[in-house]
Design a protein around this ligand. Structure first.
Ligand SMILES: C[S@@+](CC[C@H](N)C(=O)[O-])C[C@H]1O[C@@H](n2cnc3c(N)ncnc32)[C@H](O)[C@@H]1O
Length: 196
């Protein structure tokens, strides 16, 4: 049976970006915070397997915890549960990533996660919990281990979650001395920060 590769963002944009800047030439691996059903995880894993790189993917696998509400009045939790239609997120995810040996699954709340300083990332995609606390948490978690020239990207920048956007802007302003430059894909609601 063919398993579809569902992702919410359209990871093709991330793949084009990584290829455009040949980020896989840098030291380290990819970090994804917010795997959901794993379709995006697999697309990233397929991209980097030829460079012998891994994708670390973090998810709490609980559709009920993110209560951030969008400008239509819907919570992220309601959206995830609408998509899941009563199915178990973790079971669907496991089927999608089956057979990939360069995907490392971290089944955790991202606030309880730390990385050893030797664990380096050349690209991180932050799309986990959308509350400002977690945007900051997930940024610090990834930025501290991002190599020079590497990128941390946020989803939901200038989308329908104003508090998420404000937190991302605060980070961009506070860390401006460490940021080489930024790039945005407005249609996909993604902001990329290049580390000096
Ligand atoms: C928007 S979805 C990720 C979508 C995915 N990037 C895609 O495009 O397919 C956000 C994910 O973050 C997870 N999440 C929510 N709070 C979390 C937390 N505190 N720690 C880790 N993951 C969390 C949810 O379970 C959900 O799967």
């Amino acid at each position: 049976m063919k398993v579809e590769l569902p992702d919410l963002v359209g990871y093709e944009s991330l793949i084009d970006f990584i290829e455009k800047y040949k980020l896989y030439k840098l030291e380290g691996n990819i970090l994804e915070i917010g795997s959901f059903l794993g379709g995006g995880t697999v697309k990233l894993a397929l991209l980097v397997e030829k460079y012998k790189k891994k994708v670390y993917t973090v998810d709490i696998f609980d559709p009920d915890v993110d209560l951030s509400v969008n400008t239509d009045g819907l919570s992220m939790s309601e959206i995830y549960n609408l998509i899941l239609q009563g199915k178990k997120q973790l079971s669907l995810f496991k089927k999608v990533i089956e057979g990939f040996d360069n995907i490392i699954v971290i089944h955790k709340d991202s606030k309880d996660l730390t990385f050893r300083k030797e664990e380096k990332f050349f690209f991180t995609f932050i799309d986990g919990n959308h509350t400002p606390f977690y945007i900051w948490n997930d940024f610090k978690l990834s930025w501290n281990n991002t190599v020079s020239g590497g990128v941390v990207a946020f989803h939901d920048y200038r989308g329908d979650l104003p508090e998420t956007t404000s937190a991302i802007e605060e980070i961009r302003d506070k860390y401006k001395k460490e940021i080489e430059r930024t790039e945005e894909i407005y249609e996909k609601k993604i902001l990329f920060l290049f580390k000096k």
